[in-house]
Design a protein around this ligand. Structure first.
Ligand code: ADP
Ligand code: MG
Length: 323
């Protein structure tokens, strides 16, 4: 079991940003409205994620480090309409296999909470503790027991940068959630959590740039598209500033980027890349996210129709600028 966990860990936990991604996704799945992430040395020596989600019972807190102990898939049919971010039950055991972890949690229904301390996959301590409703996970000394993997870590600045990029995307994915990122005692970033995409975008893209964005809001037959794309005055030299979300999940998609670029170039000739924050809503049964543990790429059942609807949604605001 320990070896299986270390192998799974290799897939799930490559670097600090992968730990943060899994922990924050768990917080989102737990319905948290506030999530704070605190890094020590770019997450290499410490990552602390605090959420105000639903928390876990004492029993679940002890179980959640077992492999495939997901609470998110109960029946085989659930696999066809996954709307939570995690569903494999691999993240916590994988992280715990390669670090020291303390999880502290309480549900609203219980007066006291539970703390579980685990090191290199071995539970060291389970104790009753006082704590607020929600969950705190502290991960220290990542890869302390797998020195070969520790060697692949980059500089503190590089690891911090990746985590900051990830949280920026999550803040755009979930404008209703307040995200806070700290490094040491510096606050790197706070998203307001007001529920408005524009408010989140003001923090991430810079308030001044908001005036250069066009609103997209279109309901098609298969696809609803909402978000912001830039006017021709605000372009970038790379696709890095194009953010696509399907059903609230950030994805990397050259398909969508190509559609965006095409729609843009048809209206505005030139080789630069628009900035975009686009939320796509599709029937979950039409989307396959079960491609890779990092779950960034997706497959679409009716790809051509979906892409055509996306094109139509994007062309509308671009045409209205008269560009
Ligand atoms: P998965 O997310 O794929 O279910 P994980 O290993 O990430 O698997 O988590 C295992 C289980 O632990 C989850 O299904 C959930 O029930 C519980 N859990 C993990 N993190 C949290 C959290 N922040 N708040 C509440 N429950 C959590
Ligand atoms: Mg998870």
């Amino acid at each position: 079991e320990t070896i299986a966990n270390q192998i799974a860990a290799g897939e799930v936990v490559e670097r600090p940003v992968s730990v943060v991604k899994e922990l924050v996704e768990n917080s989102l799945d737990a319905g948290a409205q506030r999530i704070s992430v605190e890094l020590t040395q770019g997450g290499i020596t410490g990552i602390k994620v605090v959420d105000n989600g639903c928390g876990m019972s004492a029993q679940d807190a002890a179980l959640c480090f077992q492999r495939h102990a997901t609470s998110k898939i109960r029946r085989p049919e659930d696999l066809n309409r996954i709307n939570t971010l995690g569903f494999r039950g691999e993240a916590l055991p994988s992280i715990a296999a390669v670090a020291r972890v303390t999880l502290t949690t309480r549900t609203a229904g219980e007066l006291g909470g539970t703390a579980v301390r685990i090191e290199a996959g071995q539970i060291k301590e389970i104790a009753a503790v006082g704590c607020p409703v929600g969950t705190t996970v502290e991960v220290t000394d990542l890869f302390f027991n797998t020195p070969a993997r520790r060697k692949f870590l980059k500089s503190v600045a590089a690891e911090t940068g990746q985590i900051s990029d990830l949280l920026a995307k999550l803040a755009l994915a979930r404008p209703d959630v307040r995200f806070e990122l700290r490094s040491g005692n510096r606050i790197l970033f706070v998203s307001p959590g007001s529920g408005s995409l524009k408010d989140a975008a003001a923090v991430i893209l810079g308030a001044a740039n908001l005036n250069s964005m066009l609103e997209v809001n279109c309901q098609g037959e298969l696809l609803a598209v909402k978000g912001l794309i830039s006017k021709p005055v605000l372009t970038r030299a790379s696709r890095q500033y194009q953010n696509f979300f399907i059903n609230g999940r950030y994805i990397r998609s050259s398909l969508f980027s190509n559609v965006l670029q095409q729609a843009y170039e048809n209206q505005i000739p030139g080789g630069r890349f628009p900035v975009a924050v686009l939320h796509l809503t599709i029937d979950p049964a039409q989307v396959d996210v079960n491609v890779h543990p990092t779950k960034m790429e997706v497959r679409l059942a009716r790809e051509k129709e979906v892409l055509d609807e996306l094109t139509a949604a994007l062309i509308k605001p671009l045409q209205s600028t008269g560009a």
